[in-house]
Design a protein around this ligand. Structure first.
Ligand SMILES: [Zn+2]
Length: 469
């Protein structure tokens, strides 16, 4: 083992990094201005390099050999559909078969110390979380990806950007901090989540320090909005220019409109993951999300990994073009979205775009032949001020034998005892049945009754499928 310290600042050729993955403002005149053909050439070159990286790893070599592939079979990006997709369950298996980091990583525990590495995790509230190692490239590029989005949404040097994410093992807060501090010349205020800095204090700091930009989960923006209302804090007194967020399913835009009204500032939706970084962001025109195409090759696929045509809703399958530690080749995120053709947006950027999120494939339920995504109820329920915004879709069998049927009951928390149960239930039943395209029943429960499902995990649970028991 060498005694040399792998200094972080020497572990990257910074000028090359900037030329390869241009941060703002240069992004707009370089990668963001490329034609579809130019982007394809760049993507193909990076994809082939990542294939070489991946073949060296047991995880990929095993899966691909099983599928009948040999090194050299994939000659270009045009062959990518021959490669099987994988999802987070496969990563869990990879970790279990070669603990503690899994055989999809190029480094083992005994290699640590050769290059700067960081451990981040995702998902899993029980047992060990899914671990991903980050080297300097993976770390900085996810900052650049996010910086591009923030810049397009109005972030400029000198802005004070509040980041109510705890910078712990989860990645989002770090990636925001990196974008803001390293790549935008803005001032990060890393308050941590509401557990670290209570919501009232978050607002107090924002007022005192002149926070004019936020990087925040949609759910937590909602929470801050509620708290502001309760304590009589006028959000319009803040100099907010933009709210960078992850709205989740908001098909009718109700959630966004509500937040924009409360904050008096534009709300921008974004999309990314722990593993592949921020792959798509909205510009000021809010017409779907620009894809960071030099860092991610995206396909929209059906359940069997077959590509769907432009505009159709399917699962988001991502191939990371910048990561070697570890490579992600055809990683199926199981998030349901649509992708649109490469074209020049009103903002000047040329790229393919991703739609809003329709839901998670894992949460999709078939109810009497109709595909339903419980998350798509969110907008309607959250915007109804008679509710707390919390809900749970419960699917079960009713009846016996041939008369047996599937039924979905949506339990919704009412805000207080003063809310008329019957009226709320009738209104939501009508609205949600129409939106979901299926007959459902709404059952009103008391505030806090769903805590067991909505507050116990990393993300609120919205589906309880009793048919699987
Ligand atoms: Zn645009």
């Amino acid at each position: 083992m060498s005694n040399a310290i792998p200094y972080y600042f020497r572990s990257l050729d910074w000028d090359k990094l900037i030329a390869d993955y241009p941060p703002p403002p240069d992004y707009g005149s370089t990668v963001g201005a490329m034609s579809e053909e130019q982007i394809h050439v760049l993507q193909n070159e990076r994809f082939m390099a990542r294939m070489d990286d991946a073949w060296k790893l047991p995880f990929y070599a095993r899966r691909w050999s099983t599928a009948g592939l040999e090194p050299g079979d994939i000659k270009s990006l045009d062959d990518i559909e021959k490669i099987p997709t994988f999802n987070s369950d496969d990563l869990k298996t990879a970790i279990e078969s070669a603990p503690p980091f899994g055989d999809h990583h190029p480094y083992r525990r005994e290699d640590f110390g050769d290059v700067p590495l960081k451990i981040q995790t995702s998902g899993g509230t029980t047992g060990m979380p899914r671990v991903t190692l980050f080297d300097a490239i993976a770390w900085e590029v996810q900052g650049i990806q996010t910086a591009r989005g923030l810049y397009a949404q109005g972030a400029r040097p000198g802005d004070v950007i509040q980041i109510p994410f705890t910078t712990s093992l989860a990645n989002a807060g770090w990636s925001a901090y990196n974008a803001v501090f390293n790549w935008l010349g803005c001032v990060p205020v890393t308050t941590g989540s509401g557990k670290v800095t209570p919501s009232e204090r978050q607002l107090e700091f924002a007022k005192a320090w002149g926070t004019n930009g936020w990087y925040c989960y949609g759910d937590y923006l909602g929470r801050l909005t509620q708290v502001a209302e309760q304590i009589g804090f006028d959000l319009h007194q803040l100099p907010t220019k933009y709210l960078f967020t992850f709205l989740g399913p908001d098909s009718d835009g109700a959630l966004r409109r509500g937040l924009e009204e409360a904050w008096g500032a534009p709300v921008y939706d974004n999309y990314g993951s722990h593993e592949v970084g921020l792959v798509a962001w909205e510009c000021k025109h809010k017409q779907d999300k620009h894809i960071n195409e030099d860092t991610a090759f995206i396909e929209i696929c059906d359940e069997r990994g077959r590509r769907l045509p432009s505009g159709e809703v399917g699962s988001v399958v991502v191939t990371s073009l910048h990561r070697s530690v570890p490579p992600f080749i055809r990683y199926d995120h199981r998030d349901m979205m649509a992708m649109y053709r490469h074209e020049r947006c009103e903002c000047g950027v040329c790229s393919k775009k991703l739609s809003n999120l329709f839901g998670r494939m894992d949460d999709m339920v078939k109810l009497r032949g109709t595909n339903i995504y419980p998350m798509s109820c969110q907008g309607t329920i959250k915007k109804d001020r008679r509710t707390t915004g919390e809900f749970l879709c419960v699917v079960s069998h009713v009846g016996e034998g041939v008369a047996r049927q599937d039924e979905m009951v949506i339990r919704v928390e009412r805000k207080s005892a003063a809310v008329d149960v019957q009226a709320l239930s009738n209104d939501l039943t009508a609205q949600l049945s129409a939106e979901l395209g299926a007959r459902i029943r709404v059952e009103i429960v008391e505030s806090g009754d769903l805590d067991e499902y909505t507050k116990s995990g990393e993300k609120p649970k919205r589906l309880l499928d009793l048919r699987k028991r």
